[in-house]
Design a protein around this ligand. Structure first.
Ligand code: GDP
Length: 300
């Protein structure tokens, strides 16, 4: 919980500190305060429409005299945000298939490889045998980086340094997992420009190869999103969701922004569950997402 609190420090100072400042200026909730609150919410990237909807509800509560001060306001906002997150369909993150095949996608630099390393280590520590597959053949550095993470997590890695064909590497990894009986296969992929049709074709091909090896796989298509890119990341996310199909989200770098509301906006817009969040570069800076803890940490 402390890591979550530290990670959301910037966002918390912005929202909670902002609300405190609003109430220092005026003691009551009037139209001026509501307008400033609206701006404050929008500035945390939870989305313009969501901010407007929330303010509308606050206005109603204020007129009913059920909402009078900053603390009551925070409680109300927390409830609203949590309702948004809890209304998103979520089957949980099942990793108990035999094997569980997870395709990991997202644009370059969002933290795909790092997150795969963190997940591999997390699950390895839980007693699962994990295999990672270096299918980002576009960048040699990506393969090297995954190798370092695989060593650190002490998990198996499948790579083909001489091959430029990601589908071939994935095929090898699927064969390896059949042979070794590994519990989980994490497939790292390339992420050059999301609007590049080649990338989408490549990911589609990888997906089909996985489907051919294990009929109900991939069990998760995990989209990694960088909180720092804010609303821009949403467009990418929609593109991946419509072209490849996405089942779950991980939002990284929440520690690097005061606009942590973007996590709520993305999940709401895509109606996809956030399963983990990244709050730092270290191996332990990946946290299972809990909507209540998340929203609380945005405020206190
Ligand atoms: P990829 O291109 O998507 O595979 O991205 P990388 O895994 O190479 O990560 C890009 C950079 O983001 C690296 O410097 C990581 O250390 C950093 N990074 C990844 N996740 C987080 C996070 O949750 N917080 C912070 N502060 N940095 C992160």
């Amino acid at each position: 919980l402390q890591k979550l609190k530290d990670g959301l420090k910037g966002t918390r100072e912005k929202i909670s500190g902002g609300i405190n400042r609003l109430f220092l200026a005026t003691k009551q909730i009037d139209e001026d305060l509501l307008e400033e609150l609206e701006e404050l919410l929008i500035s945390t990237d939870i989305g313009v429409q969501t901010s407007l909807d929330i303010i509308e509800k606050v206005r109603l509560e204020v007129s009913r005299k059920t909402l009078k001060n900053g603390e009551e306001l925070k409680i109300h906002l927390k409830k609203e945000l949590q309702t948004i997150l809890d209304d998103i369909p979520n089957e949980g993150f099942n990793i108990d298939r035999d094997p569980t095949v997870i395709l990991v996608i997202g644009v370059n630099g969002v933290g795909k490889t790092t997150t795969i390393g963190k997940l591999a280590r997390l699950w390895q520590r839980e007693g699962k045998s994990v295999t990672v597959c270096a299918a980002d053949t576009f960048r040699a550095a990506a393969v090297e980086q995954l190798q370092i993470w695989a060593e650190r997590a002490d998990v198996d890695i499948v790579l083909k340094p001489e091959s430029k064909d990601p589908a071939a590497v994935v095929f090898d990894a699927l064969e390896r997992v059949k042979h070794t009986g590994s519990d989980i296969l994490l497939v790292d992929t390339a992420g050059r420009l999301h609007n590049n049709p080649n990338l989408m074709n490549e990911l589609g091909k990888i997906r089909r190869i996985i489907e051919r090896s294990f009929p109900d796989a991939p069990h998760h298509v995990l989209l990694i999103l960088d909180a720092v890119t804010g609303q821009n990341g949403l467009l990418q996310a929609k593109e991946f969701a419509s072209k490849i199909g996405v089942t779950d989200l991980i939002v990284t770098k929440l520690d690097g922004t005061a606009k942590g509301g973007i996590a709520v906006a993305i999940a709401q817009e895509l109606q996809l569950p956030i399963q983990y969040i990244g709050v730092g570069e270290g191996v332990d800076h990946l946290l299972a997402f809990n909507s209540q803890e998340f929203v609380n940490s945005m405020f206190e």
